[in-house]
Design a protein around this ligand. Sequence first.
Ligand SMILES: *[C@@H]1O[C@H](CO)[C@@H](O)[C@H](O)[C@H]1NC(C)=O
Ligand SMILES: *[C@@H]1O[C@H](CO)[C@@H](O)[C@H](O)[C@H]1NC(C)=O
Ligand SMILES: *[C@@H]1O[C@H](CO)[C@@H](O)[C@H](O)[C@H]1NC(C)=O
Ligand SMILES: *[C@@H]1O[C@H](CO)[C@@H](O)[C@H](O)[C@H]1NC(C)=O
Ligand SMILES: *[C@@H]1O[C@H](CO)[C@@H](O)[C@H](O)[C@H]1NC(C)=O
Ligand SMILES: *[C@@H]1O[C@H](CO)[C@@H](O)[C@H](O)[C@H]1NC(C)=O
Ligand SMILES: *[C@@H]1O[C@H](CO)[C@@H](O)[C@H](O)[C@H]1NC(C)=O
Ligand SMILES: *[C@@H]1O[C@H](CO)[C@@H](O)[C@H](O)[C@H]1NC(C)=O
Ligand SMILES: *[C@@H]1O[C@H](CO)[C@@H](O)[C@H](O)[C@H]1NC(C)=O
Ligand SMILES: *[C@@H]1O[C@H](CO)[C@@H](O)[C@H](O)[C@H]1NC(C)=O
Ligand SMILES: *[C@@H]1O[C@H](CO)[C@@H](O)[C@H](O)[C@H]1NC(C)=O
Ligand SMILES: *[C@@H]1O[C@H](CO)[C@@H](O)[C@H](O)[C@H]1NC(C)=O
Length: 576
Amino acid sequence: MERVEFSLLLILTLSFYCLRAESEGGLAIRKANQRCSAEERDALLDFKQSLSDPHFLLLSWDISEDCCSWKGVNCSNKTNHVIKLDFFVFSDILIAASLHPSLFRLRHLQYLCLSKIDFNQTMIPHSIGSLTKLSHLDLYSSGFTGEVPPHIGNLTKLRYLDLSFNSLVSYNLLWMSQLFSLQFVYMLNLNLTFATNWLHEISVLPAISILYLSSCSLQTLPNLLPYSNFSSTIEIFALGYNHLNGSLPNWLGQFKRLNELDLDSNYFTGPISFASLSFLCDLKFLDLSNNNFTKLSDDGTPLKCKEYKMRAIDISNNQLSGSIPEWVGNMRNLKYIHLQNNQFDGLIPLNLGQLTNLAFLDLCSNNLHGSLSEFHLANLSQLIYLGLSNNQLSFNMISSDWNPPFQIIYLYLRSCLVGPQFPLWLQNQKLLSNLDLSNCGISDIIPSWFWNISSQINYLNMSQNAIRGKLPMSLNIASQATIDLSSNQLEGRLPQPMNSVRYVSFSNNNFSSGIELYLNGNLSLLVVLELSQNHLSGEIHNSVCQMPSIILLDLSENDLSGEIPKCDGNVSSYKM
Ligand SMILES: *[C@@H]1O[C@H](CO)[C@@H](O)[C@H](O)[C@H]1NC(C)=O
Ligand SMILES: *[C@@H]1O[C@H](CO)[C@@H](O)[C@H](O)[C@H]1NC(C)=O
Ligand SMILES: *[C@@H]1O[C@H](CO)[C@@H](O)[C@H](O)[C@H]1NC(C)=O
Ligand SMILES: *[C@@H]1O[C@H](CO)[C@@H](O)[C@H](O)[C@H]1NC(C)=O
Ligand SMILES: *[C@@H]1O[C@H](CO)[C@@H](O)[C@H](O)[C@H]1NC(C)=O
Ligand SMILES: *[C@@H]1O[C@H](CO)[C@@H](O)[C@H](O)[C@H]1NC(C)=O
Ligand SMILES: *[C@@H]1O[C@H](CO)[C@@H](O)[C@H](O)[C@H]1NC(C)=O
Ligand SMILES: *[C@@H]1O[C@H](CO)[C@@H](O)[C@H](O)[C@H]1NC(C)=O
Ligand SMILES: *[C@@H]1O[C@H](CO)[C@@H](O)[C@H](O)[C@H]1NC(C)=O
Ligand SMILES: *[C@@H]1O[C@H](CO)[C@@H](O)[C@H](O)[C@H]1NC(C)=O
Ligand SMILES: *[C@@H]1O[C@H](CO)[C@@H](O)[C@H](O)[C@H]1NC(C)=O
Ligand SMILES: *[C@@H]1O[C@H](CO)[C@@H](O)[C@H](O)[C@H]1NC(C)=O
């Protein structure tokens, strides 16, 4: 506190000296260097006055300096007018009671970004429409509320418009109809519940290349789109998190330059018809996740492009049935495939193994069957995420000394048949962070090398196998990790607890000692401790009550003695 006051005093003293210096002859010299006009400087100072600036971000906005050199301000090199005002350059938030009219005296502004000012749930003034030279208007997350003033439609030079993450509503998009230069539109989280004709209103614009209307409460996407000017310019069409229903419209096929299509988290149904998308040769990102699509239509020659640019497909969390089409394996640029939580059945197409750029493959929670081996994975040198959990797959390597070409980070094999042997090929995997080998039919010991590659593991689940043997005295695992080794046949001493683990389950094994180490109150981050159904003996005493974060503590079905202590605090479930 004292230090803060001291530096404040220093600043005040220094500015006092500067002012004095100016009044004693510095003024003339400064005048010569002044590019900024008095009117514009005064407008900026008035605007500064309207802002509360607890972090002294606008320290450089000082009457004695040329306003063209103030932080966030730029002047034209030709006319010296202030042409750019950019609050995004500041590291912290400024607060305003409302948008002060002094701003509209900066009539030459071409670039205005008020993001980082919180306008405290006030309206965007109509006068915004007077800044007719603006080509860039960014009001991202600026705390505005109310209706978007149609006056923004007067800013016919606009190329970039961001109104995202305010509390704004617009009842139609007619006000945009004159914005012929508009290319980049970000209106995420703008309430368009009642803008039923939004698509027709915006599609006349001839230059739109990026359109983000995610989380806008959009209700309708028409089945027909008459000739639209923007179909030949649009590159990113993002309508995620709305209330759109019905089938995937065929007119998407007219978007010749489409690069990214996001329709995730809506209520779409019916087939994903790639025939209608077949000439989307430029499509790189496709996100149709979290809808109710029923199948991937596969007409044999789905995409008729020389080369597919597709990098990421996310169709997870739908009702897609049928087999995974072969053509997925022909999209050689794919890095990311997310098909989790559908009803895909059949075998995993062998040609997925040709996708040498693949980094992320998630096929969890489908009805896939068959087996996967090193042949599928031989060319996937970039793979860092593999999810096959909850299918009817077996995942067995044919040769015991297979050396994978990748370093996997996330490996989810829950309920795949992996055992009976512990997967030896993990031995050279040095980056493992999340490993789920639960319910994998492993009836082996955990090899000692495993505890040499485990130091970065945050999530380890090997529960529901028939894993035998003893654990080392200390487990080499990341801090704040989750370890679930429950329902196995482990025996001997419990390993020493690590101070920083969060979740430990050794329940339903045959551990017989070591419990005292867990009950000495030192486990400050432990949230869940499950040691039930073992043969642990020893005396429980009050120190069990000293784990500050514990929520679930289960010591039941052991051979423990002693009074069960009554702990207060946040333990919500106690079993002893
Ligand atoms: C704007 O002004 C800042 C300094 O205030 C300077 O670093 C930047 O290069 C200027 N930008 C343009 C486009 O003139
Ligand atoms: C104006 O001049 C400065 C300094 O020479 C330069 O850094 C800046 O990019 C120029 N700004 C414009 C808009 O040309
Ligand atoms: C923000 O608005 C609230 C409620 O209208 C008001 O109480 C508060 O003083 C305003 N804050 C500022 C900085 O103007
Ligand atoms: C700006 O737009 C509003 C609403 O669209 C309109 O009423 C007004 O006349 C326009 N002003 C100018 C100067 O064009
Ligand atoms: C959108 O605006 C309408 C009309 O003001 C309002 O009834 C509705 O609750 C708003 N929706 C959201 C998600 O804010
Ligand atoms: C948009 O398309 C319509 C219909 O073809 C055309 O009349 C109009 O001039 C186009 N608008 C612009 C700005 O190109
Ligand atoms: C689609 O949404 C609209 C508007 O919310 C609704 O009127 C219509 O019944 C919905 N259609 C289906 C098939 O759910
Ligand atoms: C999908 O359909 C089911 C059953 O028709 C329905 O219960 C569910 O709400 C729908 N989900 C979405 C995201 O549309
Ligand atoms: C892996 O690459 C080799 C050499 O290009 C190729 O012969 C083989 O078929 C590929 N494997 C798979 C599963 O695609
Ligand atoms: C471990 O996997 C089993 C099922 O395979 C699951 O029930 C359990 O919740 C998982 N444990 C943790 C901590 O996620
Ligand atoms: C594990 O690492 C330790 C220390 O680096 C080394 O001495 C030991 O041989 C390793 N064990 C195995 C099984 O690789
Ligand atoms: C549990 O371990 C004890 C020795 O500590 C052994 O006698 C017993 O057979 C084991 N039980 C099981 C089910 O493995």
